[in-house]
Design a protein around this ligand. Structure first.
Ligand code: GLU
Length: 426
């Protein structure tokens, strides 16, 4: 794949940004998008970089670097999570924002994509320091965000508590409570029932749809889940509720494998008590390097980007690859998977879209101050997921393309159509 050069002056670089660019090129070629339209669709509208100084617990000070990338504002406000990670760079944030755009468009949400974050290790900060840097980050972002401009949410390294601090900081500035400024808040301060579980539940629901197509009975089918944070843990729980047997699981601290099945409620209790999987079991400890290539019916990468490269793709032994993380599979791996039609890929922008779908429901409920119960939230979630899944599969059949190509083509096409209808201002 030869890539066109990044336009001079662009601040975006790095392997994750290159990956988003390479994926876009595949779609743009497939849709025969003229060269002069491509950069307009791909490059983010805005990128904000802030420094966040705080008082640390030892009485000194520290400065943390924060980012927010807003990809396009063509369909409504931008929407996306906030990531706290030690090596966070703007190129990675931009790639994640671009993926949010295709994800929201595929699900039919009235949003462009965004993503933000702070380069820090949340585990290395005290609760007080984490609150200070979170509040300072939101304070610095106030000129650039708003319920109709850009709506933040959690991502890796952040949680409901961080969203509550964001909402409170924005609200204090405005002199009134503005719950609709972020989603993924605690239910007790404007969050919605079912948001915390939404991404994992959506992943399990779509795995069920893939199993239906392949004639795999969920009861007794086997799963391996990489990552046991908000997404992986609820996906494991929802799969177990459908009778799927979890044979392998890992997080950044531990890896377990047992072909007889792992005790999911016990894993959930352990993670809730200790924050990590380390210390759960000695007998079942396994090598994380080989976890993804163990045989299973469904493999669920639910951690970070680029864990499945070409070499790994050639060695996978799953029937379904359910991409719960953003960007787990590289474009080179996609080329390998194109020659392995026996693996049914549920591409990330479809597979993990349950999170942003229920974020949309939270935003709608906050704007209307009219709240739904969990059953209503979950039923509406499944309806939107089924619609998107049906559209992707119809396109796969009609155009004989890979699942990712079909999913991204639908997303890119919607953004492109809206841009062309609105025209170029001035
Ligand atoms: N961070 C999540 C994602 O990558 C959720 C975004 C949201 O809820 O806005 O999809």
């Amino acid at each position: 794949m030869t890539q066109p050069p990044v336009p001079s002056g662009s601040v975006y670089s790095g392997p994750v940004f290159e990956m988003a660019r390479a994926q876009f090129q595949v779609i743009a070629d497939h849709l025969e998008i003229p060269a002069d339209e491509r950069d307009r669709l791909l490059y983010p509208k805005r990128a904000i970089t802030v420094s966040c100084p705080i008082h640390t617990d030892d009485g000194r000070g520290a400065v943390f670097h924060g980012y927010r990338v807003q990809h396009h504002l063509t369909l409504g406000p931008t929407k996306g999570g906030t990531r706290y990670a030690p090596n966070l760079e703007i190129g990675e944030v931009a790639a994640l924002a671009i993926w949010m755009s295709w994800k929201c468009a595929l699900a039919g949400l009235p949003y462009g994509g965004a993503k933000g974050g702070i380069a820090l290790d949340p585990r290395a900060l005290s609760r007080h320091e984490l609150e200070s840097v979170s509040r300072r980050y939101m304070q610095e972002m106030i000129p650039f965000v708003g319920p109709h401009t850009d709506v933040m949410a959690p991502d890796m390294g952040t949680n409901e508590q961080v969203m509550a601090w964001f909402m409170d900081t924005y609200s204090m500035h405005h002199g009134r409570t503005v719950t609709e400024i972020v989603t993924g808040k605690p239910v007790d301060c404007g969050g919605t029932a079912g948001r915390r579980e939404a991404t994992g539940r959506g992943v399990a629901h779509l795995i069920g749809r893939a199993f239906d197509r392949l004639g795999i009975a969920p009861s007794g089918a086997t799963a391996i889940v990489q990552g046991f944070g908000n997404v992986g843990s609820y996906a494991a729980e929802a799969l177990a509720a459908r009778g799927v047997k979890l044979v392998g699981v890992s997080d950044h601290t531990a890896c377990y494998y047992d072909p007889r099945g792992l005790d999911v409620p016990a894993l959930l209790r352990h993670a809730a008590a200790h924050g990590v999987l380390a210390g759960f079991s000695n007998e079942r400890a396994a090598d994380p390097a080989t976890l993804l290539t163990q045989p299973c019916d469904v493999l669920v990468p639910a951690a970070v980007e680029r864990v499945i490269d070409a070499d790994m793709a050639a060695r996978l032994r799953c029937r379904v690859l359910a991409e719960a993380a953003n960007g787990p599979t590289t474009p080179e791996a996609d080329l390998v998977l194109a020659g392995r039609p026996e693996i049914f890929v549920i591409p990330d922008i479809l597979c993990n879209s349950g999170g942003v779908i229920v974020s949309y429901f939270e935003w709608v409920q906050d704007l209307q101050q009219f709240f739904w119960d969990e059953t209503e939230v979950t039923n509406r979630l499944y309806r939107l997921l089924d619609r998107a899944f049906g559209q992707v599969m119809a396109r796969v059949t009609a155009e004989r393309v890979a699942h990712r190509t079909a999913a991204m083509a639908i997303g890119v096409e919607k953004v492109r159509a809206a841009k062309n209808l609105r025209g170029l201002f001035p």
